[in-house]
Write a protein that binds this ligand. Structure first.
Ligand code: FAD
Length: 400
């Protein structure tokens, strides 16, 4: 090659041919090496582990599959399991009612989730357990952002309640809009079945340390461990505050609206004719037994904010048919959910990107799908980083 170069160097024209030839060889080399890199790092060859099969883990896992990653869920609890206080998602209300005010990222989570739920409620209501219902939010002392909620322009039928609308005693302001209510048992099973249909793998395990999820074949770990982020080794987030909620379930198929007296309690109908009456907020209380005093307070508030529960239009009484109680633990996190990347080095010495997605408190359903999209974008970033690091190694050896 060098000899050929020396002979050609005597005339300008021949030298040009030589340079072009070399450039061509170089281009060919880079094309081959780039193709190799692409083959090596096809997304479906990237092993992503998602810790958790609650609404956050499942939403994230499905979003990752939509971007063509190969996903395995590791969890201790799965949809359809018997009730267990360690697994929050089956216990939720669950109503879409954005609780955020000025936090733009949280607004994005909530908006993206509403969009999905709205489409599912209007196209696959039975399969997904999501239904469209009218919502009434009441306030005793509303802030400016509560009077003009950020979501007022995209939820249908939004209006401030006026003189002709009745406000429950204790409230001074109210808004109406149309929203969606989710039946968690149905929705979780549906989401899980979408995951399986797309080729997702899963394994029931209890991890004591996040390293337990990192065998040598794993490239990325997504941590959706909910309240267990407080105790999971390697994470141990002290800002997670497990917060108990105790609700009452009644059978009242005539209630087809959701009512909330903000910060006090709510009435949430489900597609199966039951209605969830809530709630309590008890930090660090993991008690599974029903507290009758709290239950009575919840019932009293529900009767006040939704008189139709116990009274027909003509004034005749309806006896409340209590069919059960819920005691669940919200994965509250001071400062809001943790949705961010962290680089860890596994026990085998491999650099692993960990994408955290936990701490959604009382709004895992309100924001879960959007949070899953956001976490998936973080995984995409870490994938690009992995790709670059591997490319750097290949380039290094190709130069030696
Ligand atoms: C009474 C009540 C009412 C609610 N109402 C609403 C509502 O109306 N709207 C709303 O949006 N939200 C509501 N919420 C909140 C909502 O339920 C939560 O935000 C949501 O369920 C949290 O989901 P998650 O996936 O983070 O956690 P979880 O559902 O608890 O899932 C955690 C998963 O991680 C796994 N896991 C954790 N650690 C480990 C480990 N070490 N090893 C193996 N597996 C592990 C678990 O097995 C599980 O699969 C309510 C909550 C309660 C309690």
């Amino acid at each position: 090659m060098t000899l050929v170069f020396m002979r050609f160097i005597s005339t300008g024209k021949k030298m040009l041919i030589c340079v072009n030839y070399l450039a061509y060889v170089n281009m060919l080399f880079f094309w081959i090496s780039n193709s190799c890199i692409k083959i090596m790092l096809r997304k479906d060859s990237i092993n992503v582990i998602v810790i958790g099969a609650g609404v956050i883990g499942l939403s994230t896992a499905v979003n990752l599959q939509l971007k063509e990653y190969r996903v395995t869920i590791l969890a201790n609890h799965f949809p359809g399991d018997p009730s267990n206080i360690e697994y929050t998602s089956p216990f939720a209300g669950a109503i879409w009612q954005s609780l955020t005010t000025g936090d733009k990222r949280q607004q994005q989570f909530d908006r993206d989730t509403f969009k999905l739920f709205w489409k599912l409620a209007n196209g696959k209501a039975n399969e997904t357990g999501i239904m469209v219902i009218p919502a009434y939010n009441y306030y005793s002392n509303p802030s400016k952002s509560e009077k003009e909620p950020w979501f007022k322009d995209f939820v249908p039928t939004f209006r401030v309640l006026g003189k002709d609308d009745e406000l429950p005693s204790g409230s001074t302001f109210g808004v109406h809009y149309t929203t969606v209510a989710v039946n968690p048992g149905i929705y979780l099973k549906w989401l899980f079945s979408q995951f399986i249909t797309m080729g997702g793998q899963y394994k029931r395990v209890t991890l004591s340390h996040i390293f337990d999820a990192m065998d040598t074949s794993v490239d990325i770990v997504v941590n959706c461990s909910g309240m267990h982020a407080k105790t999971l080794g390697g994470v141990e987030d002290k800002t997670v505050v497990p917060t108990r909620g105790q609700n009452v379930i009644v059978h009242a198929p005539h209630i087809r609206k959701t009512v909330s007296f903000m910060s006090h309690g709510y009435v949430i109908p489900r597609s199966d004719g039951t209605v969830i009456l809530g709630t309590t907020h008890e930090e660090y209380n993991m008690d599974t037994t029903v507290n009758p005093t709290s239950a009575e307070k919840v019932l009293e508030l529900a009767r006040t904010i939704c008189p139709e529960l116990t009274k027909k239009k003509d004034g005749t009484e309806i006896k409340l048919n209590i069919v059960g109680y819920i005691t669940g633990i919200r994965p509250v996190r001071k400062g809001g959910p943790r949705v961010e990347n962290e680089i860890m080095v596994s026990p085998s010495g491999k650099k692993i990107v960990v994408t955290h997605n936990y701490g959604h408190g009382a709004f895992g359903y309100i924001s879960g799908w959007g949070s899953g999209i956001y976490a998936t974008n973080l995984v995409e970033k870490s994938f690009a980083q992995l790709q670059k690091e591997k490319q750097d190694v290949i380039s290094l050896f190709s130069r030696l």
